[in-house]
Ligand binder design. Structure first.
Ligand code: FAD
Length: 614
């Protein structure tokens, strides 16, 4: 297919007729009737396609700051009780907790993006007069039984009723259609491109026989799944766990299960969308709890499988992912902004962005505003926060400031922090990844091929998968394969010659340099590989593409092989980094080095409690 992908027929992600008119950049960003900060009635970022996530216009100011640019701290134009830097789930939660404790407080939330929610972003597509919703980042409320009391209470306070998802999420749909996982083998490793369906669903003998692997690799893969062999004989369970915690899954497969190189390559990128490193950096122990997608071989008869999500299903998913958590938080903070009263009616409710930043309101969410400086006033009774909006610097004075932005940005924003604390904050290298959504007119191709998810052994996108079947409120998931579908494709920059956090720094640079046309090319090419056998034509059958580019994506993960052991919790760099500094406290999921919504909320609560200490 590679040669077939030549035509550029997507403009900002949506297939367009030549001659379609374009909005002017200013109108595009601020809406038609923009005042100084207020957003117009027609301002609606979820409907944008093309390069989203860390969209152009959101990151340049902060990068200039990192490169040494400064803006003078002007006379304060506003006076508030609290400024929150960052309008992600943590920043919005911090505003909520602070207002709970200070009901009359005046609060300003500042975020550099054109939409609130941080990684929790909503994508919308229009097809045949209907709106289709996708998740641009934060996918699900994962394992809510593990949430802290504070997080669970916040979810309840904003109207999230977790039990209802058992009705809304159709757990049987894809099984009832006999849809399973497929592996798309690459030509570089296996001699030819071939997509083999039924991974984990067909007998392994059958599946393995269909692969383009060498005879030795086929035999090894079959053995690794089916032979009742303990590959760590003579060891107690604790000894096995100890060893598997110190070696990578790749090492385990190579040195203990002794499989062929082609089998190692088949699994090398398996965890890229989760751990965002190759399997040579993921402790083998984690594979014990990883049963998704048909499971991984080699451990079945060596150690008893425990862990993972246990009996809690992965169903706590709004159609826009946890963007709904952010939207419900906004409804709690500014009720007029999101009509309705329940989590169900919020799904299709159109958020009125013009209500976010209204003159005279006690709580304002100001978008397109990058904070470049936060400094205590002489005497230390307040914090002056300077931000850049539409190219101009503005300063707001606050009694307190919660930094709910990325840890790595804080040293550049808060120059007065002690150097040791800056170093601890800089330890958190965020992980780059993209969630690309592809709107297609129906998913009959997947149904005909018996596939719900394709894993690519070595290609640009690691996977393509069908959307989660969730019907709630006025939103109906098209359970018939003849209905439109929002596909999910995940790309994580991969380097086979760089390990450790350095690969994420390199990946961030690579992501920012990758144009939309590259994503478009690979979307078409990889869907062609997976689906052309069922008649899919990538030039005809893609309606729109939205690339949610998260150059600063998941929070740093301290769970990988290279992480040193710390003498105590207090010694961990992210724990030292989040200490309050005068009237400035630190929230965000980075402050506990854990990429999850529970952490974002719990750390917001802790940061608001820290204010009392300041
Ligand atoms: C692709 C993806 C998928 C994920 N899926 C899940 C999932 O399924 N379940 C789950 O629990 N978690 C998931 N996570 C993790 C989860 O999204 C995060 O832990 C959580 O949403 C982080 O919220 P936050 O507010 O701490 O940070 P963020 O969402 O990063 O929000 C911080 C905000 O601060 C802004 N900011 C930064 N610097 C400045 C500045 N100088 N001035 C103004 N604003 C600034 C940022 O741009 C951002 O908007 C996912 C993350 C990603 C990237």
């Amino acid at each position: 297919m590679k040669d077939k992908v030549t035509r550029r027929d997507f403009l900002n992600g949506t297939q367009v007729a030549i001659g379609a008119s374009l909005l002017s950049p200013w109108t595009d960003v601020f809406g038609a009737d923009a005042a100084k900060f207020a957003l117009g009635k027609d301002y609606y970022p979820p409907a944008k396609t093309g390069l989203r996530g860390s969209h152009d216009g959101s990151w340049e100011t902060m990068h200039a700051r990192v490169s040494g640019a400064t803006w003078s701290r002007g006379a304060p134009e506003e006076d508030v009780d609290l400024v929150v830097v960052g309008g992600g789930i943590s920043g919005l939660s911090a505003a909520h907790f602070y207002r709970q404790q200070n009901p009359d407080a005046r609060i300003l939330v500042l975020d550099n993006h054109d939409d609130f929610g941080g990684h929790a972003k909503r994508n919308e597509f229009q097809v045949g007069g209907e709106t289709h919703i996708g998740y641009g980042g934060t996918e699900s409320i994962d394992t809510p039984s593990g949430y802290t009391d504070v997080s669970r209470q916040l979810l309840a306070d904003i109207g999230v009723n977790l039990e209802r998802f058992y009705d809304y999420f159709d757990q049987d749909l894809y099984d009832s259609l006999d849809l399973s996982y497929a592996i798309a083998y690459d030509s570089e490793t296996y001699g030819k491109r071939k997509t083999v369906r039924g991974y984990g669903a067909r007998p392994w003998e059958e599946f393995v026989a269909d692969t383009p692997m060498s005879d030795k690799a086929k035999a090894d893969l079959l053995r690794a799944f089916t032979a009742k062999v303990d590959y760590l004989p003579g060891m107690t369970r604790d000894e096995k766990i100890g060893l598997l915690s110190k070696i990578s899954y790749r090492t385990y497969l190579r040195d203990y299960v002794k499989v062929d190189e082609q089998v190692l390559e088949m699994y090398q990128r398996w965890g890229m969308s989760y751990w965002c490193v190759g399997m040579d950096e993921v402790p083998a122990i984690y594979i014990l709890g990883y049963t998704d997608g048909g499971g991984l071989p080699g451990l079945q008869y060596t150690v008893e499988r425990k862990g993972g999500r246990g009996s809690e299903p992965y169903i706590f998913h709004f159609p826009d992912g946890n963007a709904s958590v952010a939207r419900l938080l906004v409804r709690k903070l500014i009720p007029d902004a999101l009509p309705g009263e329940t989590m169900e009616d919020s799904v299709t409710a159109r958020l009125d962005y013009s209500k976010l930043d209204q003159d005279g309101a006690d709580l304002k969410i100001r978008l397109n505003s990058t904070v470049v400086d936060a400094a205590h006033t002489p005497g230390g009774n307040a914090v002056d926060v300077t931000y850049v909006h539409s190219g101009d610097a503005h300063t707001v004075r606050a009694k307190h400031c919660v930094l709910a932005c990325y840890n790595s940005a804080i040293p550049y924003i808060c120059g007065e922090l002690p150097e040791a604390q800056k170093k601890d904050l800089a330890y958190n290298v965020k992980i780059p990844l993209t969630y690309t959504k592809v709107m297609i007119p129906h998913w009959r191709w997947f149904a005909d091929l018996g596939t719900r998810y394709v894993f690519y052994t070595n290609d640009f996108f690691k996977q393509v998968e069908l959307d989660y079947p969730v019907t709630m409120g006025g939103y109906t998931f098209g359970t018939s394969p003849d209905e439109p579908m929002v596909l999910h494709m995940c790309y994580v920059p991969y380097f086979d010659d760089i390990q450790g956090p350095e690969q994420w720094r390199a990946g961030r640079r690579k992501l920012l340099e990758t144009p939309f046309s590259t994503f478009e090319y690979h979307v078409k090419d990889q869907l062609d590989q997976a689906l052309s056998g069922a008649g899919f034509d990538p030039d005809r059958d893609i309606t729109a593409i939205t690339v949610n580019r998260w150059a600063h994506g998941y929070s740093y993960s301290p769970d990988l092989l290279w992480e040193p052991e710390y003498a105590s919790e207090a010694d961990k760099p992210w724990v030292k980094g989040r200490q309050p500094f005068g009237r400035i406290t630190i929230a965000n999921s980075d402050s506990n080095a854990s990429a999850d919504t529970n952490t974002a909320i719990s750390q917001a609560y802790r940061a608001v409690q820290d204010i009392k200490k300041s």
